[in-house]
Design a protein around this ligand. Structure first.
Ligand SMILES: Nc1ncnc2c1ncn2[C@@H]1O[C@H](COP(=O)(O)OP(=O)(O)OP(=O)(O)O)[C@@H](O)[C@H]1O
Ligand SMILES: [Mg+2]
Length: 291
């Protein structure tokens, strides 16, 4: 990434968030130390009201003393935390760490798919108790539905959000175009390469116009050229749509190029949290090796 590209990024400190529904009247969440008088967002309520997606566009996402432990064999503990992490409105945060350090667990907790045993997740200051339509997670295993076409997969989230048919078609075409698969709408999933499947997963997420995009190694199966192209597209979407992005990658150079801020995990704990402009890949590698 050139320094010009870094400079061209929007000022994410500006208040990019306006709440539209009666439930979300404030423009900022309460301070971390504020008393916990919170309105909770249940999975049912969130899914039954797709308008909440735009209501929390670019909202702050926080983990407060969160711990998630898988029950391991022979009493071994594996998982995440306890940790505190705040992802700012409109921020592009990258997450790195060795295999098994808790990156995917972190995204699943942020997305509301895993309920932490301790602490809580707050979206725009509201306690999250389950998956929220504003938070779209693109998982490491690109879980596409094999019985649907590529377009059917991309339209999936839109159908559950009850987006009108015409709008669905428009958004599916646009999202497939954005990931370079404009001609693949009629294909079956089994006819795609691994990299193409990754791009379909990304298109499926983009089509829902999420407020917060959580991406788990979305480019790992792409060749260098395609990766650069899609990275550019993702940065463009992030700038235009003021979406908050949490992006997990093994690739330290990618983490520094794409992110404004990088968090490194090891053993489920944060061992580094820094602005990318102040870091080199060598320094990041050293921290990970030493941690
Ligand atoms: N379903 C599960 N049951 C038990 N342990 C699990 C489960 N999922 C993950 N773990 C363990 O939790 C830890 C963190 O896993 P996680 O998948 O978050 O790591 P990761 O950083 O995403 O790794 P990778 O880079 O390989 O994707 C690992 O030790 C892993 O073995
Ligand atoms: Mg993982």
């Amino acid at each position: 990434m050139t320094s010009e590209r870094r400079r061209a990024r929007p000022n994410t400190q500006s208040p990019g968030l306006l709440f539209k529904t009666a439930d979300f009247k404030q423009t900022e969440g309460p301070a971390l130390s504020a008393p916990a008088k919170l309105k909770t967002v249940s999975a049912d309520a969130a899914f039954s009201d797709p308008s909440r997606t735009s209501a929390v566009r670019g909202a702050t996402l926080e983990l407060l003393d969160v711990a998630y432990q898988y029950s391991g064999r022979r009493g071994q503990k594996a998982g995440l935390g306890p940790l505190n992490l705040k992802v700012g409105a409109g921020e592009f945060l990258t997450v790195v760490g060795p295999s098994g350090s808790g990156k995917s667990t972190l995204l699943s907790v942020l997305a509301g798919f895993l309920k932490p045993q301790a602490g809580e997740v707050r979206l725009a200051g509201h306690k999250v108790q389950g998956p929220h339509p504003a938070l779209t997670l693109v998982q490491q295993e690109h879980a596409l539905f094999p019985w649907l076409t590529v377009a059917g997969n991309v339209a999936f989230g839109l159908r559950s959000q009850k987006v009108p048919r015409d709008e669905q078609r428009r958004r599916v075409a646009e999202a497939l175009e954005q990931v370079g698969l404009g001609d693949y709408g009629d294909r079956r999933v089994h006819e795609l390469s691994g990299g193409q499947k990754q791009r379909v997963s990304l298109a499926r997420a983009l089509a829902t116009r999420p407020g917060l995009l959580l991406l788990d190694e979305p480019f790992s199966a792409l060749d260098a050229r395609t990766r650069t192209e899609i990275s550019e597209q993702l940065l463009g979407i992030w700038r235009r749509q003021q979406v908050t992005v949490v992006f997990v990658t093994h690739n330290l150079e990618e983490a520094l190029e794409l992110g404004q801020r990088v968090v490194a995990l090891r053993g489920g704990e944060v061992v580094l949290d820094a602005q990318t402009a102040e870091l080199s890949a060598g320094a990041l590698r050293e921290v990970l090796d030493e941690a």
